[in-house]
Design a protein around this ligand. Structure first.
Ligand code: FAD
Length: 502
């Protein structure tokens, strides 16, 4: 007797009745699921999307909507930037870090302009104008932004071009993106059932996936998938047991999700022998305003800078969580971090773009700020002296922040404690926490066509996956837009592959 939510596959021979019979079942209705559903239905298959929530959306609908696209998109061209798939791939290989999937990155970069047009054809609007300053999401409806491409060390490995494409919205664009993609999937003929939680895969005697077991309002449903099952269930940041087992550094921080990322799709496939990759990797957003950080210094609990402040802010977060302030013991891991700015830098970022962030301490000298913040005596004063020397000379010899953002910091100085939190316009309430907001990047191992691979690197018949249920492009690194980007790009592949399965 297996437990109620067991992921142990059910043998098809034990299923004597199917409640629903279809060609392709898609589990999870976020961006990856919607892209898969569209393509599978467009190919002519009968498609059913099963979603545990009351409607489509997932994390995708809550997101900034930033999609990583390049290689010469019309938006890039209109904004005056030259780009090629090769430069895009070179950047991504560096930015996705150790373990990045080079073959997927090359495929993704080569197909990026086509994918841009596919999104536009699905009704996703992109305004061909540029937001040219560090930010999480442009506060305007500009469609293009930098995501670290023009910052060190990436300036040394690829010709810089901005590739952050955000659907036309002020601030967060994920809701609009999901409305377009789910509308397209429905127009193509895909249907959906909501409040349905898929628990288990159904497998035939030759280990092919032929359906799923689900629960709806306490009742079990068995659903037959004649051609294939696509898992687009998102990551596992909401499953503390999985975090403890695979990515313990991500425990205890704010979870960047819709609350439904319980890793169920990953576990169902693992129970069938699926391989996983980079389960310890995570995106780490620190509660800092990138525009303020770029105009000042970011220091750790020892008062030292550790990352060029003009880079993609998620890199600052990963460095803070994984490499700083360890206190000599993993158990003592902390995210203490301060943004140091002067009055001119603070005022230079318009108030609405500061997302409610205020200086936590203000002082005339670095020594006073050390006392107020508890930073070691002399540490901040030394860091400031060195920073101001670099700024005066116009070259940051330590961390290579671009000369554009280098300016000597003058009194009075402010320190912003990242643990005080930030509040994007779309969110309400007190955000004080660890300062870090995280989601997982590890997941199922898939091939370029969206097939889930087993531990022998061979395809599991009838099983496909995309989005954050998979590892996608990522090694240990992350850049905004690669999640919605690889989810929709390889979601399309997975949907097409499933629909074409005989
Ligand atoms: C505030 C915020 C901002 C972000 N900004 C960006 C950004 O600008 N760019 C970017 O690329 N990424 C961004 N991200 C990350 C990105 O949104 C996600 O990584 C991405 O949406 C994942 O897409 P997905 O389709 O794989 O999963 P999701 O969109 O999470 O969809 C998965 C769906 O599967 C459903 N599900 C899960 N398990 C089951 C089950 N067993 N049965 C049935 N249904 C199930 C869930 O309910 C969910 O609806 C952001 C995330 C947040 C929360």
């Amino acid at each position: 007797m297996t437990a109620r939510n067991s992921v142990t596959p059910r043998a098809a021979g034990e299923v004597n009745h199917y409640d629903i019979d279809t060609d392709v079942v898609i589990v999870g209705y976020g961006a990856a699921g919607a892209a898969a559903a569209f393509e599978a239905a467009y190919t002519g298959a009968k498609v059913l999307v099963l979603e545990r929530s009351g409607g489509p959306g997932g994390a995708s609908a809550m997101s900034g909507g930033e999609i990583y696209l390049g290689g010469g998109t019309p938006v890039q061209v209109a904004c005056g930037f030259e780009d090629t798939p090769e430069e895009m791939a070179a950047f991504l290989k560096a930015a996705m870090g150790a373990g990045a999937d080079a073959a997927k990155i090359e495929e993704y970069s080569a197909g990026s302009v086509e994918h841009f047009h596919w999104l536009v054809d699905r009704g996703v609007p992109f305004k061909p104008t540029m937001w040219d300053a560090p930010t999480w999401v442009p506060p305007t409806d500009d469609g293009l932004m930098w995501l670290g491409e023009n910052s060190w060390p990436f300036t040394e490995s690829a010709k810089p071009a901005p590739r952050g494409h955000r659907p036309t919205a002020n601030d967060f664009g994920g809701k609009l993106l999901m409305e377009c993609l789910s509308g397209a999937a429905e127009s193509a003929g895909a249907t959906a059932l909501f409040d349905v939680y898929v628990t288990t895969l159904i497998v035939s005697g030759d280990n092919a996936v032929v359906g799923v077991v689900a629960r709806q309002y306490g009742k079990e449903l068995t659903i037959r998938a004649r051609r294939g099952v696509v898992l687009t269930t998102g990551g596992f940041v909401d499953n503390d047991a999985m975090l403890a087992a695979h990515a313990p550094e991500l425990l205890g921080h704010t979870k960047v999700s819709a609350g439904t990322d319980d890793g169920s799709g990953i576990r169902m496939a693992q129970a069938l022998g699926a391989g996983v990759r980079h389960m310890s990797s995570g995106q780490v957003g620190m509660s800092l305003i990138p525009g303020l950080a770029a105009r000042g210094m970011v220091v750790n609990a020892r008062g030292q800078r550790f990352m060029n402040e003009d880079t993609y802010p998620g890199r600052i977060g990963q460095a803070a969580l994984y490499r700083q302030n360890m206190g000599g013991s993993w158990a003592g891991a902390d995210t203490a971090m301060w943004v140091i700015v002067d009055e001119a830098g603070f005022e230079d970022v318009p108030e609405p773009q500061r997302w409610g962030v205020q200086p936590t301490h203000v002082a005339e000298t670095a020594a006073e700020l050390e006392q107020l913040t508890g930073l070691p005596t002399g540490s901040l004063a030394d860091t400031l002296r060195r920073y101001n020397e670099f700024a005066t000379a116009g070259a940051d010899l330590d961390l290579h922040k671009s000369a554009r953002w280098l300016r000597p910091l003058t009194s009075p100085l402010a320190a912003i404690d990242v643990k005080a939190g930030i509040r994007p316009p779309a969110e309400a309430g007190d955000r004080r926490g660890t300062g870090a907001s995280v989601f997982t990047l590890g997941g199922l191992h898939t091939d370029l066509d969206g097939h889930v691979l087993n531990l022998d690197n061979t395809r599991i018949p009838g099983l496909f996956a995309a989005g954050r249920a998979t590892n996608g492009l990522h090694g240990i690194g992350y850049i905004s837009g690669t999640s919605l980007g690889d989810g929709t790009f390889f979601g399309r592949r997975a949907g097409t592959s499933a629909a074409r399965t005989e």
